[in-house]
Design a protein around this ligand. Sequence first.
Ligand code: GSH
Length: 211
Amino acid sequence: MDEPRIILHGTEYSGHAHRVVLLLRILEIPFRFANAPDEVRRSAEFLRLNPLGEIPVLQDGVLVLPDSNAILVYLARRYAPGSQWLPDEPVAVARVQRWLSIAAGQLMYGPSVARRIVQWSYPADHRQAVEIAGGLLRFMEAHLAQQPYLAGEEATIADLACYSYTAHAPEGGISLEPYPNVRRWLARVEALPRFQPMRSSPLPGAAASPG
Ligand SMILES: N[C@@H](CCC(=O)N[C@@H](CS)C(=O)NCC(=O)O)C(=O)O
């Protein structure tokens, strides 16, 4: 069988990589997943792909593109132009961008960091991460009372960007029980075509890092 044109460097515990996997599967784009744990990310070969040493990185032919949200934007425009996943209309695309910013902001420094602390002993302040997560989840709960998806009536890359670390917040000691609208939204994302869950974290200390 031919090698797929697209390679996604990530790990199975990385929510940043998982959001890209979700879109690749929804759009039925063939790809190869290249596992890139800590030691790979520190290699000279990987640092040539992303000098920041972070996953995910997408390779599409000669294109090398790091950063999960940049990759979502690229894939939506390149492989699904004019689709619901990244609308053209100015206000609609700005609404999507708002949630991509939240995914790189409060979602990262709240639920994602809390999970890294609990599962992989990441050196950061758990209390602060829980506080950030609480503010975000309360906002999402109110927001999702008004609309089914984060950027409006249809699923977009905003939902994919925010799904993985929200769904796995309990692995960071953050309960989703108080947030029924958030849980209904997670179920909507899980009902999207070819949805595949992210692997649950191992017990604390079982792996060096999420990636
Ligand atoms: N802004 C980046 C952040 C990605 C990120 O934080 N990736 C983590 C793994 S989930 C990473 O590779 N961290 C560096 C490390 O752990 O060595 C993105 O959205 O892709």
